[in-house]
Design a protein around this ligand. Structure first.
Ligand SMILES: [Zn+2]
Length: 797
């Protein structure tokens, strides 16, 4: 490797852009090589080998270590991209060879030109870029905080890259720029490690954290990759994705513990149809190569082409930004405590059987002990295999990336010429939110500088125009169009094949904003639009007047120790609106006299069993055991009869129905999935005109219906229906089997009880903080001034 001293492996002086003079600035004997003692090991820093059995470093310790690495190794740079929800530093570690670090801005410019083919002047320049660029890889760890292996693996991986002179490491450093986000949720990394260490050695070792490990959204934090509501998502998108447009993104997760040991792509169908085929092929190649490399190391239990699909952009920003998304999922232990899996408990999964060898699972893992050292070992091996491929196939990665972006800049045949969004819309919150999503997603949105004709209609100056020949047009297309989810079955005529996540993400429906696909633009896009894209809009959140001031209702949001993510998303919305509310815990409810402090109590979607019983004794420490119990139920009954109101959503409606013995049931409860199935879709819902709950809503609105949603059957004439799903087939986007079971049925009902009332919403009015269209109904339900309260004493349906 004598040529390394001057130029790095496999590269000529010209290709790396080094002049002899600049090369001469390096010390010829040691360039790129470090002495082993120079960089402190994780063991010397933490006091144990990172990834050891029952040892977890928290975020404070991990970030301190990354500062030490950056101080000791010229290959490492640490940036704080911003602060987390709880105010911790959100960190990105950039690792590459010292030579690359010294000319990082030049390499960055090459990458940004490959990302936008409009900036490349011709074939000669293109070939120079291919020769001189580096593969940019983003690795993200620990978005799901109880999947603790990821954040610990980062320390081991980064130390190795920062210090090792192994040939494979030097090849990676020369050819790859690694952006490593060692925790996508630092708050949770801190909480889970501290909780684990606090209870280590007690009967509560590895017990559940009794609150969401992301302050607002818990496990849903990896479903925020197009709405960009959370700070951690924003930092990652702006500071890593948009700043570098990596060719490869590796997201390190853990899965259940009784099947395969690790998953790599290919993903199973469906892949969302706006994902470039060149990107899908790249994912298939890289995932398969990683699986093969781990197999060659003698690792067993490697599965590909199973479990995880590629449909929702909520989990895959990079699918629409030229980056190959490599999800890995390693089998879990009990946090950092080993488990023993008996061979008889090893079972199936989607797309494979963990007990049986098959083409996509050639070497089953046969059971036995499994712990954090194994997890970190598999994760580290996966990351190194990925980086090795990125280095060895540098030229392929750059060229494939460029071709994907080139196809987008030319516009796909399947796409319209442009999308236009009228500026004059009823829902200013929805409009600002939608435009913010597109701009944060690096979509160029322009304003029309003059009136223009589109498909024969006249549109005024000021209209928003999104030309569909730009690098990230696919992101706009998937979010603006209606989803036609394929009717996939387990076998012909059999039950539906369950999607990994939800099946709809049509922003105009979620946000009640008109967006129109157009083919003919006169006199052509370029002539009618302003020369620079609009700035990214801020959110617009205006609290309804009824919820402000002295007369505003006193609101409480119920918070269980088993808080569902839906409640967390709602806390986020309330906080954005600066809505005053209290957080109501079990003990306060059980203490009674709720009417003294509150007018309205909101129960977000949550199972009746978890509301009543919470955590069982022995599962978590004593202060976190239990739920509302019968005392809490009695206190809520008194609260309503004394004039309070309860608003309950999705499965929590069942708790309220039982509590008050209401004549309301779930019309689709007993249906087989072959008859009725909605795995997260948008249905058309018609609010009853003139009802106070429906103030500010249009004639029909897109309502979010998920697996926990309800369709009501009302048998009590005193229960009033305030909104229904539309007749015929109410599906507007996504997938629905059995429209006849939901068509025309009640979606929202209201009942008077004593002096008070309850409102039951069978659909989800606040799905992942995206359903701007139905927020007015949620706010109306919280603000029931006496003079607006409907008379409920007569039957009207
Ligand atoms: Zn995960």
């Amino acid at each position: 490797m004598s040529h390394r001293v001057l130029t790095g492996p496999g590269l000529t002086l010209a290709a790396v852009g080094l002049t002899l003079a600049s090369a001469g600035l390096l010390s010829p004997a040691t360039a790129g090589l470090l002495s082993a003692q120079q960089v402190p090991t994780p063991e010397s820093f933490f006091g144990y080998e990172i990834g050891s059995e029952r040892s977890l470093a928290n975020w404070t310790e991990l970030t301190a270590y990354y500062e030490v690495l950056a101080g000791a190794s010229p290959r490492v740079k640490v940036d704080t991209l911003g602060l987390t929800t709880m105010g911790q530093p959100f960190v990105m570690v950039t690792v590459t060879s010292e030579e690359n670090q010294n000319r990082l801005s030049e390499l960055h410019d090459i990458q940004m030109r490959l990302a936008d083919p409009r900036r490349v002047s011709g074939e000669e320049e293109l070939q120079e870029l291919f020769a001189a660029g580096r593969t940019v890889v983003l690795i993200t760890h620990g978005i799901h905080s109880t999947e603790v292996g990821g954040s610990q693996t980062a320390a081991r991986l980064l130390h190795r890259l920062a210090s090792s002179n192994e040939e494979r490491v030097l090849e990676i450093l020369d050819n790859v720029i690694l952006l490593d986000i060692p925790s996508l949720n630092p708050d949770g990394t801190e909480w889970v490690a501290d909780w684990y260490n606090q209870w280590l050695g007690t009967e509560y070792e590895a017990s559940s954290l009794p609150w969401l490990y992301h302050y607002y959204v818990g496990h849903d934090n990896n479903r925020d990759w197009y709405a960009f509501t959370q700070k951690e998502t924003q930092h990652t998108v702006l500071g890593a994705h948009n700043a570098w447009h990596p060719q490869i993104v590796h997201d390190i997760h853990q899965m259940g513990g009784s099947g395969a040991r690790i998953f790599f792509p290919p993903y199973i169908d469906p892949i969302e149809h706006n994902v470039d085929p060149g990107l899908i092929s790249a994912v298939n190649m890289l995932g398969t190569a990683m699986a093969a490399e781990l197999a060659a190391q003698g690792k067993t239990g490697i599965v590909t082409d199973a479990i995880y699909d590629g449909f929702t952009p909520a989990r895959s920003y990079q699918h629409y930004h030229g980056g190959a998304r490599i999800l890995s999922e390693t089998a879990s232990a009990d946090i950092a405590t080993s488990v023993n899996i008996s061979p008889s408990s090893i079972g199936g999964g989607r797309g494979y059987d963990a007990a049986t060898a098959s083409a996509n699972y050639p070497d089953p893992w046969m059971g036995g002990a499994w712990g954090l050292p194994d997890i970190v070992d598999y994760m580290d091996a996966g990351a190194m295999a990925l980086l090795g491929n990125a280095a060895k196939n540098r030229r392929y990665w750059l060229e494939n990336f460029y071709r994907i972006n080139e196809r987008a800049v030319n516009g796909w045949d399947a796409w319209p010429t442009a999308w236009v969004i009228p500026a004059d819309q009823e829902n200013e919150t929805g409009l600002a939110y939608l435009l913010r999503i597109l701009r944060m997603g690096d979509v160029e949105v322009f304003r029309a500088s003059q009136a223009f004709e589109a498909d024969g209609a006249s549109l005024p100056a000021g209209t928003y125009v999104i030309p569909m020949n730009q690098p990230y047009a696919s992101f706009a297309q998937t979010l603006l169009e209606v989803q036609q989810y394929p009717d996939l079955r387990e076998y012909p005529g059999g039950p539906p094949r369950r999607p990994y996540d939800v099946t709809a993400h049509t922003l105009p429906l979620l946000m009640n904003v008109a967006a129109i696909a157009v083919e003919d633009l006169e006199p052509g896009v370029a002539k009618v639009i302003e020369s620079t894209p609009i700035e990214t809009p801020e959110f617009v959140f205006r609290l309804p007047e009824a919820l402000q001031g002295e007369a505003a209702p006193r609101i409480a949001l119920y918070k269980s120790w088993r808080e569902p993510m839906e409640a967390g998303w709602t806390r986020w919305v309330f906080d954005q609106y600066e809505l005053p509310y209290d957080t109501l815990k079990d003990a306060r409810v059980r203490a009674g006299d709720l009417r003294r402090d509150y007018d309205v109590i909101l129960f977000q979607g949550q199972s009746p069993e978890s509301i009543t019983s919470g955590f069982e004794s022995g599962v978590v420490p004593e202060p976190y055991v239990g739920g509302l119990g019968s005392e809490g139920g009695q206190a809520l009954d008194r609260f309503v009869r004394d004039g309070g109101r309860i608003v309950a959503i999705e499965d929590a409606t069942e708790y309220i129905v039982d509590l008050f013995d209401l004549g309301v049931s779930n019309a689709v409860d007993r249906l087989d999935p072959t008859e009725f199935y909605i795995p997260g879709s948008i249905l058309e819902m018609r609010p009853e005109p003139g009802h106070p709950l429906n103030e500010g809503l249009p004639e029909w609105v897109g309502a979010w219906f998920s697996r926990s949603s309800r369709v009501f059957e009302v048998s009590d004439p005193s229960v009033r229906v305030t909104a229904r799903f539309s007749d015929g087939n109410p599906l507007r986007s996504g997938w629905l089997l059995g429209p006849e079971y939901v068509a025309g049925k009640p979606a929202v009902v209201e009942a008077s009880i004593g002096e008070g009332s309850v409102v039951l919403m069978g659909f989800q009015p606040n799905y992942r903080a995206q359903t701007v269209a139905t927020w007015p109904m949620l706010f109306n339900a919280l603000a029931p001034p006496a003079d607006r309260r409907p008379r409920l004493d007569q039957e009207d349906d």
